[in-house]
Structure formats: structure tokens, C-alpha cells
Design a protein around this ligand. Structure first.
Ligand SMILES: Cc1cc2nc3c(=O)[nH]c(=O)nc-3n(C[C@H](O)[C@H](O)[C@H](O)COP(=O)(O)OP(=O)(O)OC[C@H]3O[C@@H](n4cnc5c(N)ncnc54)[C@H](O)[C@@H]3O)c2cc1C
Length: 454
């Protein structure tokens, strides 16, 4: 056993500190299944900010890396374990306090997104950001990746709801940032700096979230299209003048993968479909979706279905949410997260189809289309090295395509380890150097999630 592992065991005890390789195995990978994930010297299941400070101080003394892990649902290898490092799991940090008077809650990072939603709903309140993985991802992971989701097109992403936090820095100091105040211009925007920092600048141990009044029931429109261009042009026309609460896209490959699992009667022949929701009050939802229906008709929609029954609508949203696991049944996935300005969504989707054809690989595309944020899912046959090589080439080409269109390599999943080679191309040398200066200032010994992002 290493000195650092023994030190952790001596101070924190065997209930909190795991060193048995079998028990640590489940903490080595996130959902990206990064082949480069290492073997940690210990997994520490902390319960408090003080525990986190202790772990970081021991790590700093022994100069060993600390990879923070929420629920491990990440799709970019951000929580991959590092050889000889510590995995710090927040799974036991699950407290939440809701304050209806300030319409905020204070939550520990290990609570799942769905559990936060349920706890605040008891007070008639709503935490909007809704990644498709909301039942299996932690709120700390959401903050660390600046997670998005389906309703973010109208209600904003995680960043828009984080008012404050406690964050443990690389020297073990616990800093309080922000608080339950809706406006705050004092000092630099430090809270925002840590949102999306993927555990590379500090470890978030307490989060103050802004809440909204309970959501209104949504009406839902589902439209099938004969071509990708018709579908993306519809998205552009909708977003030019309206703000529905959901605008989700599935291409033919995703429709067929979901239909294989659900048998819910989706049109297997359609080139793509859109799921659009409106939660406007007082009958306005019907008016908004009628306008969407007209736009769909103008772009040759094959079929348009509208319902104000929340359960019926939720079935289509659930179908969209299950697209990743459904496509995963066809092989391992290289999962992308590229986004572009909305008018270029069509060029991105067409370009991805071209790459799939040229590389002879299957790429299913789903998208939070109203945000211009797509998830190309490249299906890989790991038993076929030639195909795996072509898939890897396609993975890079999709990111290069997005950058060429003025887009981003990641809209919501983060850079992690898998997209790191493309970060410089996206940011450019000056912005990359600025990122590195901030990292070096906050973590001079590079112990916080080394290998991720930078
Ligand atoms: C089927 C499926 C669908 C998904 N859909 C979406 C979607 O719609 N939108 C979306 O945004 N994402 C989506 N994701 C990706 C994933 O769920 C999100 O990135 C989520 O925010 C990760 O949370 P986690 O708790 O699992 O974090 P982890 O995977 O454990 O960690 C993610 C990153 O955050 C860091 N981290 C975790 N906790 C902390 C902390 N307390 N302090 C500092 N750093 C920390 C880790 O080091 C790592 O870099 C999906 C994933 C799956 C499997």
C-alpha cells in the first residue's frame, strides 16, 4: 500500500477509504468508458466539506492526483480514474435545504438531479435544468460540467441557476462564493468560473441554487420530415420568432433505434423528427404550437401530431431521452456534443452525414436542436479494428467540422479527457493560454483532475 493510501486510512478510516481493487473497479470509468482510465490508489467516499479538505491536504502533501466523481454518468472521460491517484466520490453528500422565502435551495453535490427536482417540488418549486440523464447524474456533476438538457432552450443551463457554492481549493482551503442573492456584482464572477470547470480548479461541496415556481403542464407537438434540410430549416424558423420549452431532434437512425426498443409507432421512413413543447399559460400553448404546426407544414412535414395530454407528450420526450441507450444496443458509442449557431444546424447535420458516408460508419444524431447542440453517436464495433479506426477518425472530423462552422466541441458534456486534443483548435492560442494561467494559479502542482480538459 502506498504512503498516501495508508495516510488516508489512518485519518479517515476503512469505511470511508476503499483500497480493495475489486471494490474500486466501479469507480474507474464514467459512461464514456475511456480506455485510458487508470487504477487509483484509493477511493474516498467523503461525507462533508471537512472530509474533502482532509483528502485534498493529504493529496497535496503526497503530490497525488484527486479525481472528483459525482455519479459517473459523464460522457467525456472527465471522471476517469488516474493511475496512482485518489478518486473522491461525493455519493454520500446528499443533504438539501429548501428556502421558499428566497426561492433557493442549498444542496450537497452527491444528490441526483431528479432528487433535487423532487425535493423542491414538495415546496411548489422547480429546478429546471433537465439532462436526459437526470435520474442518474449528480447535481455536483451537473455544476462541474455546466449541464444542459431539454428545457434549457427556454429556461437556461445549470450556470443560470447557480447563485453560490462552497469550493475546496487545491491547498485544502474551503471558499464560500455567492449566496442566495439574485443580483451580485461584487468582485470577479468567481462562482461562474467554477461552473463547468470539471473538477480541475476545485471540488464543489455545497451549492446554492436558484429555483422557479412549479412548472406548468406542457402541450406537445411531434412532426416527421422527409429530409434533414426540411427538419433543420423548421428549427431555424421556429427559433427566429418563438421560444418553445423544448425543441428536440432525432434523425432516422435514432428513430429506428428507439422504435426497436419501444414499438411506439414512430415513422421508420422519416428522415428526422422534432418534438416541440410549449408551456405557455392560458391557452397560449395551443396558439404557439399551432404556429409551429404551420411552420412544419411549410417545410413538407409528413405528419404532425399535437396533444395537450401531459402523459401522451411525456411518452415522446421519454423516447427522445432514451435515444442514447437505444443506439448503444447497436455497439459501443463514441459520443459527441458539438454545437453551432442555429442557422448553421443544417450544415452541421448534413456535414455529419457526409462524414458517416465517407468513413463508412454509422452516426446516429440526436440534438437539443433549439440550442444548436447536437449529439452525433458514432457506433463502434470494438471487435473490428479497421472500423474502430474509421470511427475514431470520424470523431475528430465531426469536431473539426463544428469548429469550422464557428461552433463548439462541447455544448454541455465538457471536454474531459476524450475531447482534450481539440480544445486548442477551438479556443485558439491566446484563450488556451489564459485558461492554463488560471489553472496554474489555482492548482500550481496540478493535482486536481490532471489530464482532464487541459
Ligand atoms: C444516457 C445519458 C444521457 C445524457 N444526457 C445529457 C444531457 O441531456 N445533458 C447533459 O448536459 N449531459 C447529459 N449526459 C451526461 C452526464 O449525465 C452529465 O455530464 C452530468 O452532468 C454528469 O454528472 P455526474 O454526477 O454523473 O458527473 P461525473 O460523470 O461523475 O463527473 C463529471 C465531471 O464533473 C466532475 N465533478 C463531479 N462532481 C464534482 C464536484 N462536486 N466538484 C468538482 N467536480 C466535480 C468530475 O471530475 C468530472 O470531470 C448524459 C449522460 C447519459 C449517460
Amino acid at each position: 500500500m502506498t504512503d498516501a493510501a495508508q495516510h488516508l486510512l489512518d485519518v479517515l478510516g476503512p469505511d470511508m477509504v476503499l483500497t480493495d481493487p475489486d471494490r474500486m473497479a466501479g469507480y474507474r470509468w464514467d459512461r464514456a468508458n475511456d480506455p485510458g482510465a487508470g487504477t487509483p490508489l484509493a477511493v474516498v467516499r467523503v461525507s462533508s466539506t471537512e472530509d474533502v479538505q482532509t483528502v485534498v491536504r493529504i493529496a497535496a502533501e503526497h503530490r497525488v492526483p484527486v479525481v472528483t466523481r459525482g455519479a459517473g454518468s459523464g460522457l467525456s472521460g472527465g471522471a476517469s480514474a488516474v493511475d496512482g491517484g485518489i478518486v473522491l466520490s461525493t455519493e454520500r453528500m446528499r443533504a438539501i435545504e429548501v428556502d421558499p422565502a428566497t426561492r433557493t435551495c442549498v444542496v450537497e453535490p452527491g444528490l441526483l438531479n431528479a432528487e433535487v427536482k423532487a425535493a423542491v417540488a414538495e415546496h411548489g418549486l422547480w429546478y429546471p435544468p433537465d439532462p436526459s440523464s437526470y435520474e442518474i447524474c449528480s447535481i455536483g456533476g451537473n455544476v462541474a460540467t455546466n449541464a444542459g438538457g431539454l428545457c434549457c432552450v427556454k429556461y437556461g443551463v445549470t450556470m443560470d441557476y447557480v447563485l453560490g457554492m462552497t469550493v475546496v481549493l487545491a491547498d485544502g482551503t474551503a471558499v464560500e462564493l455567492g449566496g442566495p442573492r439574485l443580483k451580485d456584482s461584487a468582485g470577479l464572477s468567481m462562482t461562474k468560473l467554477f461552473v463547468g470547470s470539471e473538477g480541475t480548479l476545485g471540488i464543489v461541496t455545497r451549492i446554492v441554487l436558484r429555483l422557479l415556481p412549479a412548472p406548468r403542464p406542457a402541450s406537445t407537438l411531434v412532426a416527421m420530415f422527409p429530409s434533414l434540410d426540411d427538419t433543420t430549416n423548421t428549427v431555424c424558423d421556429i427559433t427566429a420568432g418563438m421560444r418553445p420549452s423544448t425543441i428536440e431532434f432525432m434523425d432516422s437512425a435514432s428513430i429506428n433505434a428507439v422504435e426497436d426498443v419501444t414499438h411506439m409507432g414512430l415513422d421508420r421512413e422519416a428522415a428526422a423528427l422534432l418534438v416541440v413543447q410549449s408551456d405557455e399559460p392560458c391557452g397560449q400553448a395551443a396558439t404557439e404550437l399551432e404556429a409551429v404546426r404551420e411552420i412544419c407544414g411549410g417545410h413538407h412535414a409528413l405528419e404532425v401530431f399535437v396533444t395537450d395530454d401531459p402523459d401522451e407528450g411525456e411518452a415522446f420526450v421519454a423516447a427522445r431521452r432514451m435515444a442514447i441507450p437505444a443506439v448503444e444496443k447497436r455497439g459501443s458509442l463514441l459520443l459527441e456534443d458539438v454545437g453551432v449557431p442555429i442557422p448553421l444546424l443544417g450544415a452541421l447535420v448534413q456535414g455529419i452525414a457526409d462524414i458517416a458516408r465517407e468513413r463508412d460508419v454509422e452516426i446516429a444524431v440526436i440534438a437539443h436542436a433549439g440550442d444548436g447542440n447536437t449529439h452525433p453517436l458514432i457506433v463502434v464495433d470494438p471487435t473490428d479494428p479497421d472500423q474502430a479506426e474509421r470511427a475514431a477518425q470520424a470523431y475528430g472530423e465531426v469536431m473539426t467540422l463544428a469548429i469550422g462552422l464557428g461552433g463548439t466541441i462541447t455544448g454541455e458534456h465538457g471536454v474531459g479527457r476524450l475531447k482534450k486534443p481539440w480544445l486548442g483548435d477551438y479556443l485558439g492560442p491566446d484563450a488556451l493560454a489564459l485558461n492554463r494561467r488560471i489553472k496554474d494559479a489555482l492548482d500550481p502542482d496540478g493535482i486536481l483532475n490532471p489530464g482532464a480538459m487541459f
